[in-house]
Design a binder for this molecule. Structure first.
Ligand SMILES: NC(=O)c1ccc[n+]([C@@H]2O[C@H](COP(=O)([O-])OP(=O)(O)OC[C@H]3O[C@@H](n4cnc5c(N)ncnc54)[C@H](OP(=O)(O)O)[C@@H]3O)[C@@H](O)[C@H]2O)c1
Length: 314
C-alpha cells in the first residue's frame, strides 16, 4: 500500500512524520517525491494542489484531513474515487466547546465585563436573563451541529436546529428546508452556523437572512456565531448589520479570506470576537489514526465510512 499525502497552507512535516510512524511498513510519498504513480492506493489531502491526484490509475479513495471537504472541489481534475471526510469525536468535542464558549460569552456579556474591568467599573445592575430565555438556532444538524445543540440545551438554552432533510433530536426544536429556515430565524437570538460550504450555502449569512432574526432578544439584538466556513458569510453585510443594529455582535472563527487581511475592519470592531480558524483543530495523531484505521478496514474488505455525496457537495 502506497499513500500519497498532499498538504498546502499547513506545515506538512508533522503530518508526514506521524503518518510514517503509524505506518512504518508502507510507502508514504508526497506530490514532490512520487515516482511510480500506479503504486498509489490512497491519497490524503488538505488543500492539495489541483491535478496532484490526476493520473493515479489504482487510487482507491481520497481522505480529507479536515472535516470540511469544500477544498477538494477546487480541483477540476479530482479523480472519480470515494471522497472521505473527517469525522472524529475529538474534533466534534472541540467544536462544541467553541460554540458553548461563545454562546456564553455573549449571553453572560463577558466582553462588556472585560471593558468594565479595564475601566475599574463595578456595576452589579446589568440585566442578566436566564439561559432558558435565550433562543439559539443552529444552522446544520450534522455531526458538529447536533452535538453543539445538545450541549447548549444541557446548559439550559432554548435550542433549535436546521438541516436540509428532516432530523429529530430530543430537546431540540428541529426545522428543515427553506420554509423551516425562516421559521427558525424568527425564533433565534443567537445564530450558530455549522454548515458545510456548498453552492447552496455559499453567502447565505447575508443582510436578507440577518433581517429575519428575532427582533425581541433579551440580549438586545441578534448575535451571529460562524465556525462553519468563511464562504458562508458576506462580511460587508455583517459589518453593515452591526452598524445598523440588525446584529448586536458576532463571534467569527472563519473568514472569506484567510488569514483575515490586516485591512479588514472586523479586526478592530468592538462587537466582533475573532478566533483564527481553530474552533476545532485536531492533532495529526488523532486525525491520522482515524484514517489509518479506515484504510486497514477497507483493505480487509469493509466499506468506507463518511463518504461524501458529490452531488450534495458534503
Ligand atoms: N472552524 C473549524 O475549525 C471547523 C472544524 C471542523 C468543521 N468545520 C465546518 O463544519 C462543517 C460541518 O461539519 P459536520 O461534520 O457537522 O458536517 P455534516 O455532518 O455533514 O453536517 C452538515 C449539516 O448541514 C446540513 N446542510 C448542508 N447543506 C444544507 C442546506 N443547503 N440547507 C440546510 N442544511 C444543510 C446537513 O443537513 P442534513 O442533515 O439534511 O444532511 C447537516 O445537518 C464542515 O463542513 C466544516 O466546513 C469547521
Amino acid at each position: 500500500v502506497t499513500i500519497l499525502i498532499a498538504i498546502n497552507d499547513w506545515d506538512p512535516q508533522p503530518w508526514r512524520e506521524r503518518l510514517r510512524a503509524l505506518l512504518p511498513d508502507r510507502a508514504i510519498v508526497t506530490p514532490e517525491t512520487i515516482v511510480d504513480r500506479s503504486a498509489v492506493d490512497y491519497a490524503l489531502s488538505w488543500r492539495h494542489g489541483p491535478g496532484a491526484f490526476a493520473g493515479l490509475p489504482n487510487l482507491k479513495a481520497i481522505f480529507s484531513l479536515g472535516a470540511g471537504v469544500d477544498h477538494l472541489f477546487h480541483d477540476s481534475e479530482l479523480p472519480d474515487v470515494p471522497l472521505v471526510r473527517m469525522v472524529d469525536t475529538d474534533l466534534r468535542d472541540r467544536m462544541s466547546e467553541w460554540v458553548v464558549l461563545h454562546s456564553l460569552l455573549h449571553h453572560r456579556q463577558q466582553r462588556m465585563y472585560d471593558w468594565q474591568q479595564d475601566q475599574q467599573i463595578w456595576d452589579e445592575d446589568v440585566e442578566q436573563p436566564a439561559a432558558a430565555e435565550i433562543r439559539v438556532g443552529v444552522l446544520g444538524l450534522g455531526v458538529l451541529g447536533a452535538d453543539a445543540a445538545r450541549k447548549l440545551a444541557l446548559i439550559g438554552f432554548d435550542v433549535a436546529g436546521w438541516s436540509r432533510t428532516r432530523r429529530d433530536h430530543d430537546g431540540i426544536a428541529c426545522f428543515h428546508g427553506e420554509d423551516g429556515l425562516d421559521a427558525m430565524l424568527a425564533r433565534t437570538d443567537i445564530l450558530v452556523a455549522l454548515l458545510p460550504l456548498t453552492p447552496q450555502t455559499r453567502g447565505m449569512l447575508n443582510s436578507s437572512l440577518f433581517a429575519k432574526l428575532a427582533r425581541d432578544s433579551r440580549l438586545g439584538g441578534p448575535i451571529l456565531l460562524n465556525a462553519g466556513r468563511g464562504g458562508l458569510q458576506v462580511e460587508a453585510d455583517i459589518l453593515a448589520a452591526l452598524e445598523g443594529g440588525v446584529l448586536k455582535a458576532a463571534s467569527l472563527d472563519v473568514f472569506e479570506v484567510e488569514p483575515l487581511p490586516e485591512a479588514s475592519p472586523l479586526w478592530r470592531h468592538p462587537r466582533v470576537t475573532i478566533s483564527p480558524h481553530n474552533a476545532a483543530i485536531s492533532t495529526p495523531d488523532t486525525i491520522l489514526r482515524a484514517i489509518v484505521d479506515q484504510i486497514a478496514a477497507h483493505e480487509r474488505g469493509e466499506p468506507l465510512r463518511h463518504v461524501v455525496d458529490r452531488k450534495r457537495g458534503y
